[in-house]
Design a protein around this ligand. Structure first.
Ligand SMILES: [Zn+2]
Length: 113
C-alpha cells in the first residue's frame, strides 16, 4: 500500500480528532534528516510525542505493540537515523502511555498538507 494511504487509513481509526489535528514530519535539527512522522492533536508546540501517534517509521511505530516493553527505559531514545542526534527521550506517563519527551531546539517540524 502507498505510504500516504497507510497514514490516512491509520488516521481514520484514531478517535477524538478535531480540526486542529495535523501531521508533522519531524526533522533532525542538526542534519535535517527526516526522522519520524507524527500526528499532533490540538494546538500548541510539540513537547511530547506519544508512541501511539507516531505514524512512521514502522520500526518506531511498532514499539507500541511490543509487550516486552514495561518501562520507559525499555524504549530507545528517539534518534536521527543519520547523525544519531537524540531528539527525544522515552517517558511513561501516569496513565501508562509511553511518549518521548522532545528536546526543544534539537528538531524541526514540517506540516504535511
Ligand atoms: Zn541528524
Amino acid at each position: 500500500m502507498h505510504l500516504e494511504n497507510q497514514i490516512m487509513a491509520k488516521l481514520k481509526k484514531q478517535k477524538g480528532r478535531s480540526g486542529n489535528d495535523k501531521i508533522y514530519d519531524i526533522l533532525c535539527g542538526k542534519c535535517g534528516q527526516q526522522t519520524f512522522t507524527y500526528l499532533k492533536l490540538g494546538k500548541g508546540g510539540i513537547l511530547r510525542c506519544y508512541l501511539s501517534r507516531i505514524l512512521e517509521p514502522e520500526t518506531i511505530a511498532k514499539l507500541q505493540f511490543d509487550e516486552s516493553i514495561r518501562k520507559a527505559s525499555d524504549l530507545p531514545n528517539l534518534q536521527c537515523p543519520d547523525c544519531e542526534e537524540v531528539l527525544g527521550v522515552p517517558i511513561k506517563r501516569r496513565d501508562g502511555r509511553y511518549a518521548f519527551r522532545m528536546r526543544q531546539g534539537y528538531f524541526h517540524k514540517k506540516m504535511r498538507k
